[in-house]
Structures are given as C-alpha cells and as structure tokens.
Design a protein around this ligand. Structure first.
Ligand code: TZP
Ligand code: MG
Length: 203
C-alpha cells in the first residue's frame, strides 16, 4: 500500500492515558488517522514490545501501519511495520538492512545540513520540525515556523510530514508549505474525544 502521511498520530503514554493508549489509537484511526507511531521514552523494551503487539492487533484490517519510535529491536520483535529515528538514534543503513526493503523507515530532520547529508535511497519519509515549540518533546530543536518548513520541504528529496505544535487550524498552512501531512501528539492524544479530533483534521 502507498504510504499515506496525511494524518500521522504519534503516541504519548501520559497524554493518551485518559482513554488508554489502545482505545485512543483505535478511536483516532476511526476518525481518519493514516499512520501510527508508538513513542515512549520511559517504557522498557519488553513493555514497548508488548504495547506494540497489542496496537498491531488493534490496527489489524485497518490498513494503518504501526511504526516504532527509536528502537529497532522493538520494531523487529513486535513485527511492526516500520521504525522512526531521530538524528542521534542510530544508523539509517543498519535500520534499513534490518527492516528489509518493505519496512517503513522515517527520519527526523531539523536543518538543511541534515537534509544534505541523508541517504534518500535508504528512507521512506522525513519528519520535518518542530514547526512550533511544543511541550510534548523536551529539548526539541529551534522551531522552523511555516517559512522554515516550506524551505525544508522544497529541499526535501522524500515524502515528508510536518511536526511540532500543530493544531487543526494549522492544517491549511502546512499544506501550503508543501508538506505531505501533519504529525501530531497532543492535538489528538490529549483531546477528550480523539476520534472527533482526528475527524476535524481530516475535514
Ligand atoms: N518531534 C518534534 S516535535 C514532537 C516530536 C515528537 C512533538 C509533537 O507533539 P505535539 O503535541 O503535536 O506538539
Ligand atoms: Mg528519537
């Protein structure tokens, strides 16, 4: 299936705790989320593998891929559809070799220097951001704003998705900047009704 980055949900155990992680994800997918990334900076590998397996089962039949943040071994052990890594999370070539040609591999990019350095042939997509400052990621890079995002998109050799502080009201500007979609945590996970929140993005 072609990769649909248009509404990319990144999970956060704390923000998703209200309805529970699985229920939040399933509701958000009902609302129109096209891709899910399991992100947890605190869980053990074993906990994350367990979580990923349960999410994978919950997503069965939806066509929505499950991607794991940072941890290649977790992605492999859980039979996830792919991996998302940051600039300091290890080696793209190693991840590609381990995932095989059909695994989805994404990389976070904040600067033009990083864009110039990457090997597009090993990657499926790029996460570009943060567009805005956000409380959902500690020590994030300098926010790009929409102009900075547009400049990175213009230089991007791969499909891409914008991230960082994005809310429904930013969707139009993100698409005008040329990005392939929006990746969000709090604007869906942190909402009382994640399905309705996702639906508003789709609209
Ligand atoms: N990477 C860059 S910003 C960010 C990540 C994981 C957090 C996005 O969360 P939110 O709540 O959508 O701003
Ligand atoms: Mg990372």
């Amino acid at each position: 299936m072609p990769l649909d980055l248009s509404l990319y949900l990144v999970t956060d155990a704390g923000l998703c705790a209200h309805h529970g992680l699985e229920e939040t994800v399933v509701a958000a997918v009902r609302g129109g989320v096209t891709l899910v990334q399991l992100r947890d900076k605190h869980a053990s590998d074993a906990e994350m593998i367990d979580q990923a397996r349960r999410l994978k089962a919950a997503l069965e039949g939806t066509g929505v891929p499950l991607i794991i943040n940072d941890r290649l071994e977790v992605a492999l052990a859980a039979g996830a559809d792919g991996l998302h890594i940051g600039q300091d999370d290890g080696d793209v070539a190693r991840a590609r070799a381990a995932l095989g040609p059909n695994g989805i591999l994404g990389l976070s990019v904040q600067t033009h220097e990083q864009l110039a350095r990457l090997d597009p042939s090993a990657l499926d997509y790029l996460g570009l951001g943060p567009v805005f400052a956000t409380l959902s990621k500690h020590d994030h890079a300098e926010p790009l704003g929409f102009d900075g995002l547009a400049a990175l998109v213009a230089a991007s050799p791969l499909p891409n998705v914008a991230i960082g502080g994005l809310k429904v009201e930013h969707a139009e500007a993100v698409y005008q900047a040329g990005a392939g979609g929006l990746a969000v945590i709090s604007a869906i996970c942190g909402m009382p009704d994640p399905e309705a929140a996702a639906r508003r993005f789709v609209r």
